[in-house]
Ligand binder design. Structure first.
Ligand code: ADP
Length: 687
């Protein structure tokens, strides 16, 4: 046994003295020399470095494991300070360990670094225990050092690999974001001039007496324009798919109407080829469904377009069935079958990949980007469905898909149809167009003019603020990308003005059509959004939606209000006195007149505030409509607008009822258009 080990065992023996009871008796009985030699063999045979030292850090024992680990022999190290194997920058750490030991604290698995004789750095895990004398005083320490260099290296390598993977993913995400951003900017840049082309072609078609040849040129221009728009839409959708930004907006819709409309549009393009287009909807299928109707329409148009494109003679059928899925979720199965050129079996799975066409001759002959079916596949997946093709080359094709479209309440049924009657405003509403591009302003002005509105346009945000301060306007159409003060900044400035200026409805007009763009417009205080290129119909509809006084007057004209129910007033008067009951009715009438003329967000609050009074005075229709609107979530703008329209109808009727009570002969229209007055708000519960 070496002197080193003996020395260590002396220490260990000292520390073992403290043990008690049976164990101690047995130990006492054992032959101490045998005991020591066993222990020495264990210490010497260990792969770990086992060292002991005094409390001021001088080494008192050094085993073979320590020699293997650090290259120093016991002779080299005994009597030397442990600091000789500690890197300079870790000396304070050693001091900390010694201080801890003096307080009798044991240190377990403390990771550190030591320097070997040849200068190598050795990663070690240290366990340091105090050594005590018979009286229990700490007189030194035993230190077990385990070499963890290999483990450390693999940890470092793993960390580096994880970091590299994270960086690669980050770079891929950045690249993807940059690509989406680029595509969305490109789409915006293309949409803006497209507005010019399609808008002026439309105006040319309607405003000038054209020869047949000129008419045909305009038609061709418009059809080329719509093809270009479809390509832009596809590229933008593709970008959305790639970045995971494609979002569905489910709403109630009528399934048979969707099928009928889609087929009718398919039939228009099929008519030049003398193809028949028909649809077949399974009888008994529930009409009202919840789903993203525009996206379903997009899929159906794509499939019907393809069917027409690749069929020279025969029939195209759109078949719609209810499907019982194994997961219990009912799905609707749509299938478009044609009698065209068909698709070879081995090419079929490829068609749902991006930019993929059956073969290159197809793209030469028929054109197309090869994006349509890939986008359809993604949309169908978002609808919790599947898509596939059944076809034989030369024998036509069936492209089918399924979609989860649950039954829906018939909310849409109650929406007021957009009849020509309510499209004619009773007075010319004044609309301010804000756009820095001359052609856009000209087109918007011309469209508005044709729609019976009085339009005035300005070229910048600051001019818009001046115009609003100078004259009365009913609505603002706001471009987004403008130099100096963009549409968002201008809207925020308008919303910061004094009432009623700040309450004017503002509709964003922009080529940025991604959902997150639209959300940012609404967040800035705008009420609605129209995508470029602008269509005359969409513009007309949106403007009418946001001009409440025009609607209210029209609605009021069509419906006869019930007379004011004096019985409720009498009950109220009995409780709080005639004067106060009349004050409540007047305040309610004032508040009602002033309400629902600004933003949809305000409308929700106003509806909430009107509930008490409407209930108290038994305006049941208004009460229901206000309750519905106030309880609506803010995420479905379309549904909110439908509910707001219902509130406005009830509002117009209630106003008439109240006005007739006060002065039966006054015309409701005159009253509706009275200048806005300051409002006295009466809290009914304060009686
Ligand atoms: P594109 O926009 O180029 O038409 P799609 O993704 O819609 O792209 O279609 C991809 C390809 O699938 C088409 O180019 C065509 O080769 C094939 N295809 C799609 N539908 C049909 C069909 N009904 N009959 C024959 N080939 C079809």
């Amino acid at each position: 046994m070496s002197a080193i080990c003996t020395s260590l065992l002396d220490d260990a023996g000292a520390s073992g003295k403290g043990s008690e009871g049976v164990q101690e008796d047995r130990t006492k009985k054992m032959e101490p020399a045998i005991d020591r030699s066993r222990l020495a063999a264990i210490v010497e045979g260990s792969d770990d470095a086992i060292i002991s030292k005094t409390l001021d850090g001088y080494i008192t024992s050094w085993n073979a494991g320590a020699t293997r680990m650090f290259g120093y022999t016991a002779q080299d190290m005994i009597g030397r300070s442990v600091t000789s194997i500690i890197p300079e920058h870790l000396l304070s750490e050693e001091q900390f360990i010694l201080d801890a030991l003096k307080s009798g604290i044991r240190i377990d698995h403390f990771d550190s670094v030591r320097v070997a004789k040849d200068g190598r750095l050795v990663d070690v895990s240290l366990t340091v225990s105090p050594i005590r004398d018979e009286a229990g005083n700490v007189i030194g320490a035993s230190k077990i050092a385990r070499d963890i260099t290999a483990r450390r290296r693999s940890e470092v390598a793993l960390k580096a690999a994880v970091e590299a993977a994270r960086r690669a993913q980050q770079e891929a995400e950045n690249a993807n974001r940059a690509k989406t951003e680029f595509l969305s900017v490109m789409s915006h840049e293309i949409r803006t001039p497209l507005t010019g082309i399609s808008g002026f072609a439309d105006l040319l078609k309607h405003t000038t007496k054209l020869t047949r040849k000129q008419q045909r040129y305009v038609d061709l221009m418009q059809s080329a324009n719509s093809v270009l728009l479809k390509v832009v839409d596809n590229i933008l959708d593709f970008a959305k798919v790639e970045s995971g930004r494609l979002e569905l907006e489910p709403r109630p819709f009528s399934l048979p109407t969707l099928v009928r409309d889609a087929t009718a549009i398919g039939a228009v393009s099929a008519s030049s080829k003398k193809l028949r287009v028909r649809y077949d909807v399974e009888p008994g299928i529930a009409e009202w469904r919840m789903g993203d109707e525009p996206r379903l329409r997009q899929i159906l148009h794509n499939l019907l377009d393809n069917a027409v494109k690749f069929t020279e003679a025969g029939t195209i059928t759109l078949d719609v069935r209810q499907e019982k899925s194994p997961d219990g979720l009912g799905r609707i199965r749509f299938a478009v079958t044609d009698t065209g050129i068909g698709i070879a079996t081995d090419r079929q799975p490829l068609l749902f990949r991006h930019f993929s066409q059956a073969d290159s001759s197809v793209s030469r002959r028929y054109g197309g980007t090869g994006l349509g079916l890939a986008i359809c596949k993604r949309l169908v997946e978002l609808m919790d469905g599947e898509i596939g093709i059944v076809s034989d080359l030369g024998n036509g094709a069936t492209v089918w898909f399924t979609a989860h479209l649950p039954d829906a309440p018939q909310v849409v049924l109650e929406a007021k149809p957009d009849t020509p009657a309510n499209r004619v405003p009773p007075r010319k509403a004044r609309i301010l167009v804000v756009d820095d591009i001359d052609t856009n302003r000209e087109i918007l002005e011309a469209f508005l003019d044709e729609g019976g509105f009085s339009a005035h346009s300005v070229g910048s945000g600051s001019e818009a603020l001046v115009a609003l301060g100078g004259e009365h306007y009913d609505l603002v159409l706001m471009d987004i990308q403008m130099p100096v003060m963009d549409g968002i900044a201008t809207t925020k400035r308008i919303r910061g003005l004094q009432p009623p200026l700040r309450d004017i409805p503002i509709i964003a007009v922009s080529g940025n059509v991604l959902p997150f763009h639209v959300r940012s417009f609404l967040a800035a205080g705008m009420d609605d959004h129209i995508g470029k290129p602008i269509s005359r119909e969409v513009l007309n509809k949106r403007v009418h939606r946001w001009l409440p006084q025009l609607h209210s007057a029209e609605v009021a004209k069509e419906e006869t209000p019930a007379p004011f129910d004096e019985r409720n007033w009498s009950v109220l008067a009995k409780i709080i006195g005639k004067e106060r009951a009349n004050a409540i009715v007047d305040a309610f009438a004032n508040e009602l007149r002033r309400a629902f003329k600004s933003t949809i967000e305000n409308a929700r609050h106003e509806a909430h505030d009107l509930i008490n009074c409407a209930g108290l005075l038994r305006f049941e229709r208004l009460l229901d409509a206000c309750r519905e609107l106030a309880a609506s979530g803010t995420d479905d703008l379309h549904l909110l607008q439908i509910k707001l329209e219902q509130v406005r109808m009830a509002q117009a009727i209630a106003i008439q009822t109240l006005e007739r009570r006060n002065s039966p002969k006054k015309s409701h229209r005159k009253l509706l258009q009275r200048p806005r007055k300051p409002v006295l708000t009466v809290a009914v519960s304060d009686q």
